[in-house]
Every structure is written in structure tokens, then in C-alpha cells.
Design a protein around this ligand. Structure first.
Ligand code: ZN
Ligand code: ZN
Length: 280
């Protein structure tokens, strides 16, 4: 399988708008790979876009990708759905104000998420309803998994009540990618589907040192309920026997530059950058 990391950043871009910290100033000056946009990826084998951060349109334009057939969302938090209007931008035929039929995008979603989609609103009502009516998308809810051409996709819920997110497992032949960019605690490590992936794409979690303002997370900080620490994430990857690990969703407030992440890499562990391509 071939994967492009369209955006390697977290809930803020790097540079964060107006920020004058060392990481942001360097990113502003040097651009990619120091600069990072919102979390998104593309599976080339099936022309599948994963998540739509605010920068989706520019991410696709600089990637050289020519076609999007499918879209899937890990969860409905703003940093993953703000760019949902990409479906209109890609498919709109100005002559009819409807979609070019051959450009319609299939929105694959676990049923739980598809039922909540109506919460994403515009002044005309639920955004997705309007997109369906005009033919921009075709919604295909599924329960536990779905097959798209040669690739099977399993959706494993990370259940945190209201804030449900999904870990997706992509399998083609003998190859397996586990994709878990955001809100992965408690990670469903008991599930057989996530065991022994060729590649685990995951957020690194909390760095305890080197943060902005020299901040130290207290033991009872709210982020500890939603995020693992970096060390815990490495232990988790070892427990599920991930052959390789690729870190994404790299937050501005971790206060680390591209070079800092490179220094932490090994044969098994890498940190993504915008536009990075991986073959599994
Ligand atoms: Zn900054
Ligand atoms: Zn996120």
C-alpha cells in the first residue's frame, strides 16, 4: 500500500498564526518539512482521503494527487472536519451548481459517526445533507468494516463517550496499516485487528520536557486522560508488535522542530512531515 501524509501537524498548524516562538519562526522561514498542516493522509491504492483539516485544498494541490474517490473521517472534531467543503470544491460543476457525476466522492463512515454528521452545520442546515442533495457525496455507512477494491478497512472505536473516534486498520494482501492519528486513548489494544501491523501511524502523545513556557504537566492534568505520554506510546507500539511506527499529529506546543524529531528517529521509528510518502 502507498500512503501520503498530507498533513503531519496537530490541532494547530506550525507555524501557529502570529506565534513568535522558535519552532514557528523557523517553520515560517524554511517551510516544509519544518512547517506542518492539519492531520490528513491519502491511500493511493483506492484514492481514499482520510480526514479534512482546514488546509485540505492546498494539501491536495501540492501533492500531485489527481483523483479522490473515497473519503473517511476518524472523528468529527474540528481539526479533522473543518475542510469538509473540499467535496464541493472538487466536484462542483458551475453550470448546474451540482456535482460532475463522475467526480462524486463516496463518504465511508462507521454508522455511529454517520448518525452524528448532522451536527456539522451551515446556515442552510446540516452540511452533509446539502452535499448529498447536490451530488457532491454519496454516504455509505458501514458497521464494523468495509471492503474497497483490494483493500479492507476495519473501524475500531476508541470509546470516550461523546467523543468517539475510530482507529482504522487498512489491509491489502499480507500488509496491514493501523491508522490512529488523534484521540487514541484508551487504545483498543485488545482487538486482534490491530496486532502486528507493518506500520502503526499514531500521535506521539505528551512530551514531558522541553515544552513551551517550560510547562510541566501535573499528574492530574486533563490532557493525561486523553493522551498517552511519548514513552507510553512506544510501549503500546511494542505490545501490539508494530513493525514500524510513524508519528503524526505533531503539536506546535510540543515545541520541537523537524530536526528535533529527526534526532529521535531509528530504523523502526519515524516522524512524518507534510508530503511524506510511505510504502508498506
Ligand atoms: Zn509557536
Ligand atoms: Zn486531532
Amino acid at each position: 500500500m502507498k500512503l501520503t501524509i498530507l498533513g503531519s501537524g496537530g490541532c494547530m498548524t506550525i507555524p501557529k498564526p502570529l506565534c513568535r516562538c522558535r519552532t514557528c519562526r523557523e517553520a515560517r522561514k524554511k517551510g516544509v518539512p519544518y512547517a506542518r498542516t492539519g492531520s490528513s493522509a491519502f491511500v493511493h491504492d483506492i484514492n481514499l482521503l482520510i480526514d479534512t483539516p482546514a488546509e485540505t485544498a492546498s494539501q491536495l494541490n501540492r501533492s500531485g494527487i489527481r483523483r479522490v474517490d473515497y473519503l473517511i473521517l476518524t472523528h468529527l472534531d474540528p481539526d479533522h472536519v473543518e475542510g469538509l467543503r473540499i467535496v464541493e470544491q472538487i466536484t462542483l460543476d458551475f453550470r448546474t451548481w451540482r456535482a460532475y457525476p463522475e467526480k462524486q466522492i463516496c463518504l465511508l463512515l462507521p454508522e455511529v459517526l454517520s448518525k452524528r454528521l448532522g451536527r456539522i452545520q451551515s446556515q442552510y442546515g446540516p452540511l452533509v445533507e446539502a452535499y448529498e442533495k447536490r451530488g457532491f457525496i454519496r454516504l455509505e455507512p458501514f458497521r464494523d468494516g468495509v471492503r474497497v477494491g483490494p483493500v479492507t478497512i476495519d473501524a475500531i472505536p476508541v470509546d470516550r463517550g461523546e467523543q468517539i473516534a475510530f482507529v482504522y486498520v487498512f489491509e491489502k494482501g499480507e500488509r496491514r496499516i493501523v491508522y490512529a492519528p488523534c484521540d487514541v486513548k484508551p487504545f483498543p489494544e485488545h482487538r486482534t485487528e490491530v496486532q502486528r501491523p507493518d506500520l502503526l501511524v499514531i500521535q506521539p502523545g505528551i512530551f514531558e520536557t522541553g515544552l513551551r513556557h517550560r510547562f510541566r504537566y501535573p499528574e492530574d492534568h486533563i490532557s493525561r486522560t486523553t493522551l498517552y505520554t511519548f514513552e507510553q506510546t512506544l510501549e503500546l507500539a511494542a505490545r501490539i508488535q508494530a513493525k514500524k511506527i510513524l508519528f503524526v499529529h505533531l503539536e506546535e506546543y510540543w515545541h520541537r522542530s523537524y530536526d528535533d524529531y529527526c534526532a529521535l528517529e531509528s530504523d523502526r521509528v519515524r516522524f512524518a512531515y507534510d508530503g511524506m510518502q510511505v510504502e508498506v
